[in-house]
Design a protein around this ligand. Structure first.
Ligand code: PLP
Length: 410
């Protein structure tokens, strides 16, 4: 047989892909009435349909032909980019503007942002440092970019963020490869539901500064996909960014925004990379390679997707409607999470501490947990020594039965 694919592509094979397992769950649901599908990272309503925001729908249907069909500018519109910046940093936006140079590059979802960042800010065969529990597509982004992953322990023995192991592994990797590229998905981590505290972030940044002072390039990729679904009040949801102010001058932080999660625009493929640094030269480089990769890899980003987001951020009446609907969405998630926690306590089921987001994780020693649960008509995502339960796609009534079945097989 001729070697039809390039050598570098020989390794490519999507394995136990989350989307594929979701398809299996959907098929099973058509066959049996008692199937529980807790696989999908899309927020669903109690009636089983995807939760779409009415204001998003209204703005979408009011777009003009040029706002829908034309090619979008590679750098997006100001309404979109500045709107995303203000939304992401909230009360800290002015402070961040004053302290940093910045640039915003629209991308095809958070995925496009992470994929481009891996590619542009590492040498081939280098490693990106991230916690030992992570969203599995990071692996695909890494291999596609010819880089690898190295993990540190997410938790200490008290199930708090393990700043000590982070520091140890960061210093080790920086010395080994003379570059440190870190990826953290916070708050409302996928898969664990962890929310790091402002002090955790201060410790992370102190380590990044320490590495930076060794003369090593330091890049922080901060994936905030689930920032809007924390269990804390919206007012406090952006306070972690106060820690950013301590970043040394020549560190590059890339904050990754996902329009899929914030606006339920999953199918539109819209997101952004926000590059921040105290050095203008670093931001110039960020923009230079970022612009290039957008054009080279996906040309530009969804025109209607960006326009919907830009309009919601710039029209006060749309924004007010969105905030109200977002509050309803988090209330829905809260109800599911509280019941899950209550039931877990009732059945003495240990779960990882949950502070927000679409997922709750349960530690397990059962290597066959995925199969055992499928036999019991329950679909979750199994990873190393945990199972990830997507409360985003469950309805409240399913939770007691789900917890009971998990406890049975765990
Ligand atoms: C942790 C995390 N980051 C980023 C994303 C990116 O999503 P998208 O590319 O749809 O914006 C997801 C989606 O599931 C996610 O779970």
């Amino acid at each position: 047989m001729k070697r039809i694919v390039g050598r570098h592509a020989e390794y490519k094979k999507l394995e136990s892909n989350i989307l594929q397992i979701s398809q299996e769950a959907k098929a099973a649901k058509k066959k049996y009435t008692d199937v529980i599908d807790a696989t999908v990272g899309m927020l669903h309503k109690e009636d089983g349909n995807v939760l779409k925001y009415d204001v998003v729908d209204d703005v979408l249907h009011g777009l003009s032909d040029s706002e829908t069909y034309h090619y979008a500018p590679v750098r997006g519109t100001k309404d979109f980019t500045e709107g995303v910046f203000n939304w992401v940093f909230g009360d800290n936006a002015e402070n961040i503007r004053k302290s940093f140079k910045y640039s915003i590059i629209p991308t095809t979802g958070g995925s496009g942002a992470i994929s481009n960042s891996f590619y542009n800010f590492n040498d081939f065969n280098q490693k990106v440092l991230l916690p030992n529990y992570y969203w599995s597509p990071y692996q695909n982004f890494a291999l596609e970019a010819n880089v690898d992953l190295k993990t540190f322990l997410m938790y200490d023995e008290l199930y708090k963020f393990n700043a000590t192991d982070f520091k140890e592994k960061a210093l080790e990797l920086a010395q080994e490869q003379e570059r440190l590229c870190v990826l953290l998905n916070d708050p409302s981590n996928n898969p664990t539901g962890l929310c790091m505290t402002k002090d955790d972030w201060k410790e992370v940044i102190a380590t990044l500064n320490q590495v930076n002072r060794l003369g090593v390039p330091v890049i922080l990729i901060h994936d905030i996909a689930y920032i809007d679904y924390q269990m804390k009040d919206q007012k406090y949801s952006r306070e972690i960014f106060e820690a950013y102010l301590d970043l040394d001058e020549d560190i590059l932080a890339i904050v990754v925004f996902s329009g899929s999660k914030t606006f339920s625009l999953y199918g539109f493929r819209v997101g952004a990379q926000i590059g921040l640094s105290k050095s203008q030269e670093i931001i110039d480089n960020f923009l230079r390679v970022g612009d290039y990769s957008v054009r080279a890899r996906f040309s530009s980003v969804s025109q209607p997707g960006m326009n919907i987001i830009g309009k919601i951020f710039t029209h006060p009446e749309y924004k007010a409607r969105y905030l109200k609907e977002l509050n309803n969405a988090t209330t829905l998630l809260k109800a599911r999470a509280s019941l899950f926690l209550e039931e877990a306590e009732k059945h003495d089921l240990q779960i990882l501490p949950y502070c927000g987001g679409f997922f709750i994780s349960v530690p397990t020693k059962n290597k066959n947990i995925f199969k055992d649960l499928v036999e019991d008509h329950v679909y979750v995502i199994a990873m190393q020594d945990i199972i990830r339960v997507a409360i985003s796609s469950l309805c409240v009534d399913e939770i007691p039965e789900l917890v009971r079945k998990i406890k049975k097989h765990i």
